[in-house]
Design a protein around this ligand. Structure first.
Ligand code: BES
Ligand code: ZN
Ligand code: ZN
Length: 505
């Protein structure tokens, strides 16, 4: 279903077959023994279902009542409010609600939004989260299916969901609603880039996609090809790209929302469009998932797009080094030595540790922009999955103030992040034998931290920098987060990066 349209309105008139959505607060939080519905007429009609505990008001509960006729509506859906009123709970509630209306086939749906009982301020945050949750749940990657796509197209009807609130004309509520639409749109943009397979989502295509997407936003784009990458002394990116016939790209985007004198914030993302491992070839099992190795890049682009669309008063730069990692005849071999843009040399002792190599040049270039802050996102190590599974994104920084900002941003968006250690021991482990650095650790364990320590070598001293390892959270997190696809890309960090950028406005 891709035909969901949302609106925020003051009143709504029921039509034939339309559905009323009311909230139910938890039995436990009531003094009486039954759940309390936010609509008196719905309560009256559904009292029997309250009494027999069909409706309990628990979080994630959705009860559908067809042909019950309440206030002119044919159907009623009761959504459980649960015991907290956190934005993330509304985001997750929206996912359950989405699958419910998808199954119902009612096309005119009225949500009695004031029934949450929240005050104006909390209502804005809840509105943003609920709208995000609905639109994120509405994402579906089916563009490569032929027959199914046609069937679904024929069956698809537009479903209109109206959030009805007496505050609908209120500036803060409207803003929350609009921001949610932009954010969810950008997360879904990133997800699609991630879900497209390696043969379609090449470095060239990745660059073309973002150039197209930023049209009309005032964002300046600059795309470097293989020859330019070589000329610019990006030995890391160039070295990885040697093994592939596909042209690499270095993507540079600039958005100026603040005075020219204000230092930019820089976002860097790993845009590895397929990671075969190179000469240090990966095993075959699940290798197809390595099309997702560009999700750091995709999500940085989505976040940057949202920053530009929301017109945040900040100067921002997005950098995405993009290439395939393939074992072609000219590919980098284990032991080969390359030189990064800042002159540091590294031995490539395992060609599968390529993410850090392409990021090295991007971090050098980012440092040259004299940013007030630089962050990068990358599906960098399998080790972070061992450490954190698919719940938390691990982040590494030595800057306390930036760490606090990151945690505050993530607390706002509900995305789970976890700070990981990064100390001099990790740096020592990355020393080379024949070159300055080795791209794999001499020590045992802590593979994500040693990768971060390698990246740190390319960030100019004094620049507040953080690295996010999204290998565990970039795709297949639907079992944890109901508004994310079960198998596909998640768009993780898009919303948190926008929130982080807000702290620099
Ligand atoms: N893209 C992979 C990391 C990865 C693995 C992401 C699994 C998502 C799921 C990265 O390029 C890689 O292969 N890293 C190696 C590094 C090792 C050779 C030091 C790894 O983690 O095994
Ligand atoms: Zn790799
Ligand atoms: Zn990789």
């Amino acid at each position: 279903m891709k035909n969901l349209t949302l609106q925020l309105v003051k009143t709504h008139k029921p039509s034939a077959g339309s559905t009323l959505v009311v909230f139910s607060s938890s039995v436990k939080s009531q003094k009486s023994s039954g759940a309390k519905l936010s609509s008196a007429s719905a309560q009256k009609t559904l009292q029997a279902s309250v009494d027999d505990h069909t409706i309990t008001g628990k979080a994630q509960e959705t009860c559908v009542f067809r042909s019950v006729s309440v206030d002119g509506y044919s159907n009623v859906v009761v959504l459980g409010l649960g015991s907290d009123r956190k934005p993330e709970s509304f985001r997750q509630m929206a996912a359950g609600f989405h699958s419910c209306i998808k199954a119902m086939k009612s096309t005119d749906i009225c949500v009695q939004w004031d029934g949450t009982g929240l005050g104006k301020k909390d209502l804005s945050a809840a509105t943003q989260a609920f709208v995000e949750g609905l639109l994120l749940s509405d994402y579906n990657f089916d563009e490569l299916k032929s027959k199914k796509k046609d069937d679904e197209k024929a069956a698809a009807k537009e479903i209109r969901v109206s959030l009805v609130s007496k505050f609908a004309a209120d500036a803060s509520l409207k803003k929350a609603f609009n921001e949610a639409e932009v954010l969810a749109g950008c997360v879904n943009f990133s997800r699609r880039l991630g879900d497209l397979p390696g043969n379609l989502m090449t470095p060239t295509n990745l660059a073309d996609s973002i150039v197209e997407a930023v049209k009309g936003t005032g964002v300046k784009t600059e795309i470097w090809d293989r020859a330019r990458i070589k000329k610019e002394k990006m030995g890391g990116l160039y070295g990885v790209a040697r093994g592939s016939h596909e042209e690499p790209r270095f993507i540079i985007l600039r958005y100026n929302g603040a005075a020219k004198t204000k230092k930019p914030i820089v976002f860097v993302g790993k845009g590895l469009t397929f990671d075969s491992g190179g000469i240090s070839l990966k095993p075959g099992a699940a290798m197809e998932e390595m099309k997702y190795d560009m999700c750091g890049g995709a999500n940085v682009l989505g976040g940057f797009l949202a920053i530009a669309k929301l017109k945040l008063k900040v100067n921002a730069i997005a950098l995405v080094p993009s290439t395939e990692n393939m074992p072609g005849g000219s590919a980098t071999k284990p032991g080969d030595v390359h030189t990064a843009r800042n002159g540091k040399t590294f031995e490539v002792n395992n060609t599968d540790a390529e993410g850090r190599l392409i990021l090295s040049d991007a971090l050098c270039f980012g440092s040259e922009q004299a940013p007030q802050m630089m962050v990068d996102a990358a599906t960098l190590t399998g080790a972070i999955i061992v450490a954190l599974g698919n719940t938390h994104t691990g982040f590494f920084t030595k800057n306390e103030a930036l760490s606090k900002k990151i945690q505050a941003a993530a607390d706002k968006t509900g995305e789970l992040v976890w700070r990981m250690p990064l100390v001099d021991h990790h740096t020592k482990d990355m020393k080379g034998t024949f070159a300055d650095l080795s791209n794999i650790s001499a020590g045992k364990g802590a593979g994500s931290a040693t990768a971060a320590a390698f990246l740190e070598q390319f960030v100019e001293e004094g620049i507040p920098w953080a690295h996010f390892d999204i290998a565990g959270t970039a795709w297949a997190v639907g079992g944890r987060l109901p508004y994310c696809p079960k198998k596909g890309a998640s768009g993780v960090l898009v919303r948190t990066f926008v929130e982080l950028a807000r702290q620099f406005t």
